[in-house]
Design a protein around this ligand. Structure first.
Ligand code: SAM
Length: 336
């Protein structure tokens, strides 16, 4: 997106309206309350306990983007909303929706955070409750992309994989499902591993999954691995910390082993594209002490400095994976 006219500028600013409308519907628990029924506005207003005028305008907007279906003067949930936004659905993405809802007010602190350069509660230690809820949100975010990625990365000759900062273990489970001879380990904080254990118990893959609790920046990473999967962690850390982590990873890779990095990467020499990679850097400003987003070139330089010099960019099929479909691979040469 490039802004050249005042109209484009205005449209860019007013892009907040649709998200705000959807957040209000989520705040009101509208999708869950609508359930499988067909509603008139007066009936639904009574059920949700809001004004008929407000609800009529809200529903019209939701229907105009396909989240509700309008027939004559009645509304019901569209298939998408029924599947992902309604609590009784097995695919309900509740924890991820809550994470996004919280971000509305958190992003309103941005001006102050730009002033000071640090998140508001940067000194407060995180609670296990927060980590559990965040991990479930990550699972909801990645459940589909993890399957897509596992389909496209060949791990046929690999026996051991470390999902470093693996959170709920969504990716580890997807790799295990695709590769019956693989054994995976998820390393993360204890509360995230609680979620990973619970999710693994719902599958038959748990016997090939182990857990390592600890802070991988400060603690020893136990074991050696054919593959280290480092997904959505790079952006949490500074360049210096990422280099330190890459060097640690090199020490636990088997000869010929690979580090695979999934993140949103800046592509051009000016570090301006894609927009998403820059927008995500703002999230890192809001929520982390030193995080940022980085260019493909930066990451390959760190790989080189860490001794994982045979690096390459791996392109996923369009529309798959967590971001723009790029992974960066660093390989540890066979002869040490
Ligand atoms: C954004 S989540 C990504 C989860 C998962 N890899 C994915 O792609 O969906 C980042 C994860 O890294 C973990 N993490 C970050 N720094 C860590 C550290 N120093 N030690 C252990 N875990 C860490 C967090 O607890 C969190 O679960």
């Amino acid at each position: 997106m490039t802004i050249k006219s005042f109209k484009q500028f205005r449209d860019a600013l007013y892009a907040f309206r649709l998200p705000r409308i959807i957040f209000s519907a989520l705040d009101l628990n509208l999708f869950t309350k609508m359930d499988d029924r067909d509603w008139t506005i007066p009936e639904l207003a009574k059920c949700v306990r809001v004004s008929q005028r407000g609800l009529a305008i809200l529903c019209r907007n939701l229907a105009s983007v396909g989240l509700l279906v309008k027939s004559q003067s009645r509304y019901h949930l569209a298939p998408f909303s029924k599947r992902y936004l309604q609590k009784s659905s097995p695919d309900f993405r509740g924890d991820y929706l809550e994470l996004m809802q919280r971000q509305w007010s958190e992003w309103s602190d941005l001006t102050e955070i730009i002033r000071v350069g640090q998140p508001r509660d940067s000194e407060e230690p995180e609670t296990p409750e927060y980590r559990r809820s965040f991990s479930l949100a990550m699972h909801h975010r990645s459940i589909q992309s993890a399957r897509e990625v596992a389909q496209q990365i060949s791990l046929k000759t690999d026996r051991t994989l470390l999902d470093l900062g693996g959170g709920p273990g969504t990716y580890a489970l997807a790799f295990l499902a695709k590769n019956p001879r693989l054994h995976a380990t998820v390393m993360d904080r204890p509360a995230a591993l609680d979620v990973a254990r619970r999710l693994a118990e719902q599958t038959s893959l748990g016997t090939r999954l182990t857990y390592q609790a600890g802070d991988f920046l400060t603690a020893r990473i136990a074991g050696t691995y054919d593959v280290v999967w480092y997904s959505n962690v790079l952006h949490i850390y500074s360049p210096a910390d990422n280099l330190k982590i890459f060097k640690k990873i090199k020490r636990i890779l088997n000869p010929g082993g690979r580090l695979l990095i999934q993140d949103t990467f800046l592509q051009d020499s000016k570090e301006l594209q894609p927009l998403e990679a820059n927008l995500f850097a703002v999230s890192m400003l809001l929520y982390t002490q030193k995080g940022n987003t980085y260019s493909v070139r930066d990451v390959r330089e760190w790989l080189q400095a860490a001794g994982l010099a045979r690096s390459r960019v791996f392109h996923l099929k369009e529309g798959t994976g967590d971001w723009e479909g790029q992974l960066i691979e660093g390989r540890f040469p066979r002869s040490r």
